[in-house]
Design a protein around this ligand. Structure first.
Ligand SMILES: NC(=O)c1ccc[n+]([C@@H]2O[C@H](COP(=O)([O-])OP(=O)(O)OC[C@H]3O[C@@H](n4cnc5c(N)ncnc54)[C@H](OP(=O)(O)O)[C@@H]3O)[C@@H](O)[C@H]2O)c1
Length: 301
């Protein structure tokens, strides 16, 4: 079967499509025919050799998420032909999803949404799990005043919609004027490109997706979560009784099922910026690197 592999770090030119031995499911794993997958910032950093400690040894297969069709459910209850989505923490599991077939633990798999294509569904697993788990840590519920920084990004755009679905009052900080309409259309009451325009101590919770560290915006006694590992730790806000964290995403099939149900209820809209065939994997990475994305870069197998 084909897989997207690297045997050295560098730019998109180091990506290679190689023939590798077929995936063989172990007990408790589901064998999935991959139809589509998304490009995430971590794939770009891994390919570039920018992860540092925790980077799997070379050569490796890349990719953290997939949408596809079950080939063999083993004893897991999944039936051949079922449309599914799944995440694999590639740095930890060393199981990349950018391959024709992938064997994934049943607990990391969820049914794909019925109302969207598998290309759209492939945009959900990594950013959706990150958004959901971080909103849970932030204790976002009806009435919470929440700021999402980077609200037009893959994680931020889903966080915005998920928080709105919970009844939170959500504001958005985005990178450019062209993202303001997206933020307003997807639930932001107030959207700005200017951190100085944010109300001082105005939010119960801040979800920071790019290392904005807009710590003046969080209320004393509030919660501040960053997912921008590479930007370093959140400043110590303990003197103001603000709880802080850098959230690290984990595989969670039950959480993924919550996300796909929200898609089918129309509360969560997946966003595809652009679509590439597998043979265009280098071009897909080049598109990702140019930034200013309006959704995810999707690769079709
Ligand atoms: N810790 C974890 O478990 C975890 C999980 C998932 C992702 N992450 C990390 O979280 C970050 C976001 O991921 P993603 O998938 O959402 O990436 P993404 O789709 O590229 O989104 C990032 C967003 O932040 C915006 N942004 C960047 N600099 C900004 C600035 N100075 N002011 C306002 N907005 C700014 C970008 O805008 P433009 O593109 O328009 O510039 C983009 O909309 C990445 O660093 C990723 O590695 C961490």
């Amino acid at each position: 079967m084909r897989a997207v592999r690297i045997d050295r770090f560098g730019g998109p030119e180091v990506l290679r499509i190689e023939e590798v031995p077929d995936a063989e499911p172990r007990d408790g794993e589901v064998l999935i025919q991959v139809i589509a997958t998304g490009v995430n910032p971590v794939d770009d950093k891994t390919r570039a050799g920018a992860i540092g400690e925790g980077t799997p040894p070379l050569p490796m297969t890349l990719g953290w998420e997939l949408a596809g069709v079950v080939l063999d459910g083993g004893g897991t209850g999944r039936r051949p032909g079922e449309r599914v989505v799944a995440m694999s923490h590639q740095l930890g599991t060393r199981r990349g999803t950018w391959a024709d077939r992938v064997a994934i633990p049943a607990g990391s798999v969820a049914s794909a949404p019925a109302t969207v294509s598998l290309a759209e569904a492939a945009t959900l697993p990594l950013p959706g799990s990150t958004a959901l788990q971080t909103l849970d840590w932030l204790a976002v519920s009806a009435g919470t005043r929440l700021l999402v920084a980077g609200a037009a990004g893959a994680v931020g755009g889903l966080a915005l919609q998920l928080a709105k679905a919970r009844g939170a009052q959500v504001d958005a900080l985005v990178s450019r004027d062209s993202h303001l309409a997206f933020a307003r259309d997807h639930g932001a009451g107030f959207a700005t490109t200017d951190p100085a325009a944010l109300p001082d101590r105005g939010y119960d919770a801040v979800f920071d997706t790019f290392g904005a560290f807009v710590t003046d915006a969080v209320a004393d006694g509030g919660r501040y979560a960053s997912i921008a590992t590479q930007a370093g730790p959140v400043p110590d806000l303990s003197a103001r009784q603000v709880a802080t964290t850098i959230h690290q995403v984990r595989e969670d099939g039950a959480g993924l099922a919550e996300l796909t149900a929200l898609v089918d209820r129309g509360a969560l809209r997946p966003r595809v910026d652009s679509t590439f065939g597998l043979h265009e994997i280098r071009a897909a990475h080049e598109r990702f690197a140019r930034g200013a994305l309006n959704g995810k870069v999707v690769v079709i197998f």
